[in-house]
Design a protein around this ligand. Structure first.
Ligand code: ADP
Ligand code: MG
Length: 695
C-alpha cells in the first residue's frame, strides 16, 4: 500500500512524525493496533477499560464564560446531562502577547454555546475524589459534528503516540486509511480455506473492528483473527527457515581452542552453574557442526544468559570469526558493551558498540573496523542491520530479548544469513513443547536455575511514604535503588516531563542522597553517563521510566519501587523486579498502587506471591478478562501485536498445525490462493533477521 505521506491530511511533516513510530506506509498504519481502548459509550458499564479518574460525559451547555484572573486566562463551561448530573469544565491558557490580539478561547466559545450538546472526555481534577465534578478536558466533540462518531459514543481506540500527534488525529487518519480504495481493494492475506476452517471474520472486517469495534465481542473476534494471522506468518517464516537451514551446510565447523575461553572462565570470578554448562555444551555442539545453528535460549530474568552468549562469541573469536549481538534498547546495548569491554580487555579482544545515536566519526571508525575485520565483536541495536554495515567475516549473530523485537525493525544483514549461526535469547517463558511445535524443531535450550547465592526478592505493596522509607534504609546501608514511573499515555516525551517533575519532588524527599534520572528522551551520551554513574555507585537512586525494564544489571541495587504498579502488566512487573536481587544482598520490590481495580489487585497479588516467570505467565493467561483485550501491553511486552502467547495458546496451536499443512502442500507458496499471504510474509520477514528465501 502507498506511502503514509499521501494519505489525506498527512503530508510530509506529519509523515516524519509517523516515521518515529515506524509507520511508513498506509498498511503500517492499519496494522498499528490501539494500545488500549476507552469505553466512551453512553452509560458505559464499568468493565475495567477506563482509568478510574476518567470522565466521559454527554450533556448540554448550561453556561460558559471566561473568568477574570490575573496571570492566566480561564474559560469555564457548565454542562448537564438528561438526569441533570452536572460537570464543570475548565481550560487554562497562559497570558501571552498573542492572546491580546487573538482570543485563545474563540473556538471554545463557538462550540460551547448555551444548549449545545457536547461529548466531554477528561479527568477529574481531584483524582482521589470520585464525586468531584470538576473536569480537566482532554477532548470534546459537539454531538452534531459528523466526525464525533469516531471519538465518542463508542469503544474508542487509544494509540501509542509521539509528540506532535494526538489520538484525535490518529483516529481521523485511521478512518481515512480504512475508507481509502487501496484498503478496500486489498485481497485477504488468508486463503479462503483457512478462514472457513477456523471460522474467522475477513481481514478487512478485522482491521476495521480492531480500530473501531462496534462492541467488545466484535473486538475479540477481530483480535483473534489478527492474532492468528500474526502467529501463522511467524510460524511460516520459521518453518521455511528450518527447511532452508537444514538444506544448507556452513561448510565448516568451529574448533574449540581454549586460548580465549580458558582465561575468560578463570577471570570470571564465579563458576558457571550446571545449567549454564549444559546449555553452553549444547551451543558449542551446534557451532562445531557443519550445519548452521538456529537455537533459542530461554532463561528467566537473572539466570545468566549474557555470559552464555559471550562464551559462544568467544568460541567464534577463537576461530577468527566475527560476532554481532543485537539488543532491543540502546540502554541494554550500552550495558552489554560495558560488560563485554570489562571482560574482554584482559583478553585483548576488540569490541565496539553501534546504535542509532552513535556519533558519525565513531560510527565511521566502527564500520571500517567491521569491514576490515579488526573489530571482532559488535554490540548494538537494530542499527546493526542497516545497509551500510558490512562485516569481513560475520559468522555468529546473537539476539537478546528476542521477544522485544517487533517485525517492524526491518533491515537486512548484508551477509548470507542462511549460513549464519543464530542464537536467540528470551526471558519469555513459552513452555518447551509449545516452543518446539511453533518454531519447528528449532533447538531450544533452557536455563533452569539461577546463579547460587541469590536471595529471594521480597515483594510487597506499600504506600509512597513506606516505599521512600525502604529506599532510605537501603541507601543508608550502602545499597542503591530504582524508582520507576509508568509511561504516560504512551508518549515518551510526555512521560519524560512527568518523570522530571517526580524527580524534582524526590530530590527534596532525599536531600542527602545522590539521585539521577533516566528516560527515553535523553541523548545517548546522557543515558550512558547516567547508567555508568549508577553502575559505579556514584549515584544512589535512579528515577526512571520503564526504559530500564529489560536487561539492566547492577548487583548493588536492592530496591525496586514501582509507582502506579497497577498500570503494568505482569510480564513487565516481573522484568522490572528482575533488576534487583542480582547480588549477594537481600532485595525488595515495592509496589505503589493507588488505583487498584479487581484485576490489577489480583495481578499484584500474583507478583507478590511468586517469583517464577513460568508460573507468572500461566496466571497472567488466566487473568486476562474481556476488559484487558490488548490492554496491558504497556511497553511492547511480546513480539506480537495482537496475539498473546498465554491467552491465545489454542490459536497458536491452530497456527502451528495450519502452517505445517500449508507448507506440506505448497512449500514455496507458489499457488495463486497463497499469493497475498506470501507477499505479506516477504514484506515482514524477507528483510528481517529471520531472513527467508522464497525465490
Ligand atoms: P539474564 O539471564 O537476565 O540476562 P544476566 O546475564 O544479566 O541475566 O545475569 C545476571 C547476573 O548474574 C549478572 O550480574 C551476572 O554477572 C551474574 N551471573 C551470571 N552467571 C553467574 C554465575 N554462574 N554465578 C554467579 N553470578 C552469575
Ligand atoms: Mg539479559
Amino acid at each position: 500500500m502507498s506511502n503514509i505521506q499521501y494519505l489525506k491530511g498527512v503530508g510530509p511533516a506529519k509523515a516524519k512524525l509517523f516515521e518515529r513510530l515506524e509507520i511508513h506506509t498506509v498498511a503500517d498504519l492499519l496494522h498499528t493496533y490501539p494500545r488500549t481502548y476507552q469505553d466512551r459509550r453512553e452509560n458505559a458499564p464499568n468493565n475495567g477499560l477506563n482509568p478510574p479518574t476518567l470522565v466521559v460525559f454527554k450533556g448540554r451547555v448550561l453556561r460558559a464564560q471566561t473568568v477574570p484572573a490575573r496571570s492566566v486566562l480561564i474559560f469555564k463551561a457548565f454542562l448537564a446531562d438528561e438526569k441533570n448530573n452536572q460537570i464543570e469544565c475548565t481550560w487554562f491558557k497562559r497570558r501571552t502577547f498573542r492572546n491580546f490580539r487573538f482570543d485563545p478561547f474563540a473556538a471554545l466559545k463557538k462550540d460551547f454555546k448555551i444548549n449545545a450538546e457536547i461529548w466531554v472526555i477528561g479527568h477529574r481534577e481531584n483524582r482521589n475524589n470520585f464525586l468531584d465534578n470538576k473536569i480537566t478536558v482532554e477532548e470534546y466533540y459537539p454531538v452534531s459534528s459528523p466526525e464525533s462518531v469516531w471519538h465518542a459514543g463508542r469503544i474508542t481506540p487509544i494509540y501509542s503516540l509521539t509528540e506532535g500527534l494526538t489520538n484525535k488525529q490518529f483516529r481521523q487518519f485511521m478512518h481515512e486509511a480504512l475508507s481509502a480504495p487501496d484498503f478496500q481493494n486489498e485481497p485477504d492475506i488468508l486463503p479462503p480455506s483457512l478462514i472457513e476452517k477456523r471460522h474467522f471474520i475477513s481481514g478487512r472486517q478485522a482491521l476495521h473492528a480492531v480500530h473501531f469495534p462496534s462492541g467488545l465481542s466484535e473486538l475479540e473476534n477481530a483480535r483473534a483473527r489478527l492474532a492468528y494471522e500474526e502467529f501463522l506468518l511467524l510460524a511460516t517464516a520459521w518453518g521455511i527457515k528450518r527447511t532452508q537451514t537444514k538444506a544448507i551446510a556452513k561448510g565448516y565447523g568451529y574448533e574449540i581452542k581454549k586460548h580465549l575461553l580458558t582465561p575468560f572462565r578463570q577471570n570470571l570470578g564465579f563458576d558457571f552453574t550446571n545449567s549454564q554448562k549444559k546449555v553452553i555444551n549444547e551451543i558449542f555442539a551446534d557451532l562445531q557442526s557443519q550445519l548452521p545453528m538456529n537455537r533459542l535460549l530461554q532463561g528467566d530474568v537473572g539466570s545468566g544468559k549474557t555470559i552464555v552468549a559471550l562464551s559462544a562469541i568467544l568460541l567464534a573469536a577463537e576461530n577468527g570469526y566475527q560476532s554481532a549481538l543485537m539488543a532491543p534498547t540502546e540502554i541494554l546495548a550500552e550495558q552489554h558493551y560495558l560488560t563485554f569491554q570489562k571482560i574482554l580487555k584482559k583478553l585483548k579482544v576488540p569490541v565496539a558498540v553501534l546504535t542509532s545515536s552513535t556519533k558519525a566519526p565513531e560510527r565511521k571508525k566502527t564500520l571500517a573496523g567491521l569491514a576490515d575485520g579488526s573489530i571482532s565483536i559488535v554490540v548494538g541495536t537494530h542499527a546493526l542491520i542497516q545497509d551500510d554495515v558490512k562485516f569481513k567475516n560475520l559468522k555468529l549473530a546473537v539476539i537478546d530479548e528476542q521477544h522485544r523485537f517487533g517485525v517492524k525493525q526491518r533491515g537486512k544483514l548484508k551477509e548470507k544469513t542462511a549460513r549464519l549461526d543464530l542464537l536467540t535469547m528470551t526471558a519469555t517463558p513459552i513452555p518447551r513443547t509449545l516452543a518446539l511445535a511453533f518454531y519447528g524443531d528449532l533447538a531450544v535450550s533452557t536455563l533452569t536455575e539461577l546463579p547460587p547465592g541469590r536471595r529471594p526478592i521480597q515483594t510487597r505493596i506499600a504506600d509512597e511514604f513506606e516505599a521512600n522509607h525502604f529506599v532510605a534504609e537501603e541507601v543508608k546501608q550502602g545499597r542503591q535503588a530504582y524508582i520507576v514511573y509508568p509511561l504516560i499515555e504512551e508518549s515518551e516525551s510526555i512521560s519524560a516531563k512527568a518523570v522530571t517533575e517526580e524527580f524534582e519532588k524526590l530530590q527534596k524527599v532525599f536531600p542527602n542522597f545522590n539521585l539521577a534520572m533516566l528516560h527515553g528522551q535523553m541523548s545517548r551520551s546522557e543515558k550512558e553517563q547516567v547508567m555508568a554513574d549508577f553502575a559505579a555507585h556514584k549515584t544512589d537512586i535512579l528515577v526512571a521510566t520503564p526504559v530500564i525494564e529489560v536487561g539492566i544489571d547492577v548487583p548493588n541495587a536492592t530496591v525496586m519501587v514501582i509507582q502506579n504498579a497497577e498500570r503494568f502488566g505482569l510480564a513487565s512487573l516481573h522484568q522490572l523486579r528482575g533488576r534487583v536481587g542480582r547480588g549477594k544482598f537481600d532485595s525488595q520490590c515495592v509496589l505503589v498502587a493507588p488505583h487498584q481495580g479487581s484485576i490489577s489487585r489480583e495481578r499484584l497479588r500474583i507478583i507478590c506471591d511468586t517469583t517464577d516467570g513460568f508460573k507468572i505467565g500461566e496466571r497472567d493467561m488466566q487473568l486476562r478478562g474481556p476488559g484487558e483485550i490488548l490492554g496491558t501491553r504497556q511497553s511492547g511486552e511480546l513480539e506480537f501485536k495482537a496475539g498473546d502467547l498465554f491467552k491465545d495458546r489454542n490459536i497458536l496451536q491452530w497456527a502451528t498445525e495450519d502452517r505445517d499443512e500449508l507448507l506440506r502442500e505448497d512449500p514455496l507458496l507458489k499457488k495463486p490462493e497463497h499469493a497475498a499471504f506470501k507477499a505479506r510474509l516477504l514484506e515482514l520477514y524477507q528483510n528481517n533477521w529471520h531472513l527467508i528465501d522464497l525465490s
